[in-house]
Design a protein around this ligand. Structure first.
Ligand code: TYD
Length: 137
């Protein structure tokens, strides 16, 4: 399904009982990097696009804990768009991948589990700079 280099969906276990489901992300267990930050995006106005950058070092698990949205991934050669719509699926975005998020459903919550603290210097915000960065690799 996924043609962009090194990004993949990680299926989290769904623990079911009569009162609902539960999924867990646990450091050094079912996530391939150390968790240093968790943030979540909510109250996204209809029609809004987010993202539009790459990271030099940051890796992320992106989870649609409620609702759904699309993630466009671009490794500089290949592009793909993945719809996240299940709380037990995590999209692993590795470093150096351009991403854009869009088509958020109303009331959607996007949770991101990240490998590093917030650092504005880790961002590549211009697509041209991203292409230069990839070509240097
Ligand atoms: P950004 O990473 O661009 O979000 P998205 O990729 O969803 O569009 O961040 C949006 C704003 O939030 C930007 O001003 C930086 C700020 N921010 C923090 O203060 N802390 C964080 O952990 C993150 C991810 C962003």
């Amino acid at each position: 399904m996924n043609t962009v280099f090194d990004c993949n969906i990680v299926a989290l276990e769904k623990v079911k009982n009569r009162a609902g489901n539960l999924s867990a992300v646990q450091n050094l267990n079912n996530i391939p990097f150390e968790i240093n930050r968790v943030y979540y995006i909510y109250d996204v106005p209809g029609g809004s696009d987010r993202g539009g950058h790459a990271h030099k070092e940051l890796e992320q698990f992106v989870i649609a804990v409620s609702g759904a949205f699309d993630v466009l991934l671009d490794d500089g050669v290949n592009k793909t768009t993945i719809r996240l719509d299940r709380p037990n699926n995590a999209l692993h975005i590795k470093k150096g991948i351009w991403r854009e998020t869009r088509n958020f459903t109303s009331g959607c919550i996007c949770m991101v589990i990240a490998s590093h603290p917030y650092d504005p210097d880790d961002y590549i915000n211009e697509y041209e700079n991203f292409k230069l960065y990839r070509n240097q690799k």
